[in-house]
Design a protein around this ligand. Structure first.
Ligand SMILES: [Ca+2]
Length: 386
C-alpha cells in the first residue's frame, strides 16, 4: 500500500508523460543472485547486467542528509544502501536534496571494459546523483552523474589507469528536491569491474606498476609469469625507459611478451635453458632476488645476469632473520638488501619465510608471495630506491 502511495505522490509531482515511461520501466530491482556469485539485474533501458556479489558496498563511511530530508524514519537508515538491493522498493536510503553518502567496499573498483560502477536507485526516474571515487578519502575523482535511463558509470578517462578504488561518494544534485522523499533513493552501489585485495594493499600499491595480465583476485599466490610482468613495470618506472621483448624466445613453454621483456632486460632467467615454468608459484626469496636484479640493472652500469657476481650491493647488513638458515645462498644478499631498504619485511617473529620447507607450509602457501604482496614490494622498491 505504501509503495502505491509513494509512486502516486511522485507521479503527481511530475509531468504526465513520465507516468507513461514509468509504466514501462521497473521501479525496483528484482534481480537474482546466482550460483556463479553474480547478481543479475535489468537496467532501466532494458540491458541485462550483472555485478559480483562481493562488489557491493559493505560499510557507511559518512553521510550528510540533504535539506529537505525525508521525514520517513525507515528511509533515513543508511543500511539500505549496503549490500544487494532489496526487492521491496520502500527499503532504500533517501539522500535528501543535496545530501551525500560515502560508502566503503571490500574490493577495489577499477576502469575495465564498459561500465564500472552501478548505482541502484529506486523510483520512477533516476534522480541525478554525482558519483565520485577515492582510495584514501582525500583525493576524489568525479566520474560523472548517474541519471536518466541508466545508473551505470564508466570511469574511462576520469581516473588514473589501473587505479583501484575502495570508496564511492554519492551527492544528490537536487534534480527532484520535493515531496516526501527528496533527492535520490539508494538501494545499493556496486562495482562492475572489481579486484579482490586487502585494504592495506589497495592503499599502498602504485597503479603504474600494475601490469595488464593479472587476475581479479590479488590475494592469490603469484606465479613466475605474473611476477615477470610486475618486474618489467618496476624496471620501466625506475629507469624511465621502455623494456623491449627479446626477439628470439628461448622458452618452449611460454611466449608471454612481458616474460620476454624481463628476459631481455636480464631480470629473469628460465628454470632451465628451454623452460620458463610460467605457472610455477614464486616464493619470497625468489621475489627478493628478481626485484634486486631490477635495481642492479637500473643502477649498475654494465650489470648483466651473467656477470652478477662482480657487482656488490652497498647496504648495512641488518640482524639475521630467525629462519636465516633456510635462505638460499644465491638469495641471501638480495633478501637482506631488500630488508635493509624496508622493501620486503619479515612475516613477524623475525622470520622471513624465504621458501616452503615442509609440505604443510607448501599447502598453506606459507612462503609464497601473493599478487598484492608482489605489487606492494615492487611499489616500495620504486619509491625507496628511486
Ligand atoms: Ca570502464
Amino acid at each position: 500500500m505504501k509503495k502505491g502511495k509513494k509512486v502516486l505522490r511522485r507521479i503527481s509531482a511530475l509531468f504526465i508523460s513520465l507516468a507513461m515511461i514509468f509504466a514501462l520501466t521497473p521501479a525496483a530491482f528484482a534481480g537474482t543472485l546466482k550460483d556463479d556469485g553474480y547478481y543479475y539485474f535489468t537496467d532501466r533501458d532494458g540491458t541485462e547486467m550483472k555485478a559480483p556479489e562481493n562488489a557491493f558496498a559493505t560499510r557507511v563511511i559518512d553521510y550528510q542528509p540533504g535539506n529537505p530530508w525525508t521525514s520517513v524514519e525507515l528511509n533515513k537508515d543508511t543500511k539500505y544502501a549496503l549490500g544487494l538491493p532489496c526487492e521491496d522498493e520502500d527499503m532504500s536510503y533517501t539522500l535528501g536534496a543535496g545530501g551525500t553518502l560515502t560508502l566503503g567496499f571490500d574490493i577495489g573498483i577499477y576502469d575495465g571494459d564498459g561500465l564500472d560502477i552501478y548505482v541502484f536507485e529506486v523510483g520512477p526516474s533516476v534522480e541525478a546523483t554525482k558519483v565520485e571515487v577515492s582510495n584514501d578519502l582525500q583525493t576524489w575523482y568525479d566520474i560523472g552523474v548517474a541519471k536518466g535511463a541508466t545508473a551505470g558509470l564508466d570511469m574511462n578517462g576520469k581516473v588514473p589507469e589501473k587505479a583501484r578504488f575502495r570508496y564511492v561518494r554519492l551527492t544528490d544534485l537536487k534534480s527532484d528536491p520535493y515531496g516526501e522523499w527528496p533527492g535520490a533513493d539508494i538501494q545499493g552501489v556496486s562495482g562492475l569491474n572489481s579486484t579482490v585485495a586487502s585494504n592495506w594493499s589497495l592503499k599502498e600499491i602504485d597503479p603504474e606498476i600494475v601490469p595488464d595480465n593479472l587476475p581479479d583476485d590479488w590475494t592469490q599466490p603469484i606465479n613466475r609469469e605474473q611476477f615477470a610482468a610486475i618486474s618489467v613495470k618496476a624496471y620501466e618506472k625506475l629507469s624511465g625507459t621502455t623494456a623491449i621483448p627479446d626477439v628470439t624466445n628461448p622458452f618452449t613453454d611460454c611466449s608471454d611478451i612481458e616474460v620476454l621483456k624481463a628476459y631481455n632486460v636480464g631480470i629473469t632467467a628460465g628454470t632451465s635453458k628451454t623452460k620458463f615454468s610460467p605457472n610455477q608459484l614464486l616464493n619470497r626469496e625468489q621475489a627478493a632476488t628478481m626485484l634486486t636484479r631490477v635495481f642492479k640493472r637500473v643502477s649498475m652500469n654494465g650489470w648483466t645476469l651473467a656477470n652478477d657476481d662482480e657487482y656488490k650491493l652497498n647496504y648495512t647488513m641488518p640482524a639475521p632473520f630467525a629462519d636465516d638458515r633456510y635462505i638460499a645462498g644465491w638469495a641471501r644478499d638480495s633478501v637482506y638488501f631488500m630488508a635493509a631498504n624496508n622493501i620486503i619485511a619479515g612475516i613477524g617473529n623475525n622470520r622471513f619465510a624465504p621458501k616452503n620447507v615442509t609440505s604443510a607450509q607448501e599447502a598453506k602457501h606459507y612462503a609464497n608471495a601473493t599478487i598484492e604482496q608482489a605489487l606492494a614490494i615492487a611499489t616500495r622498491m620504486v619509491k625507496n630506491l628511486k
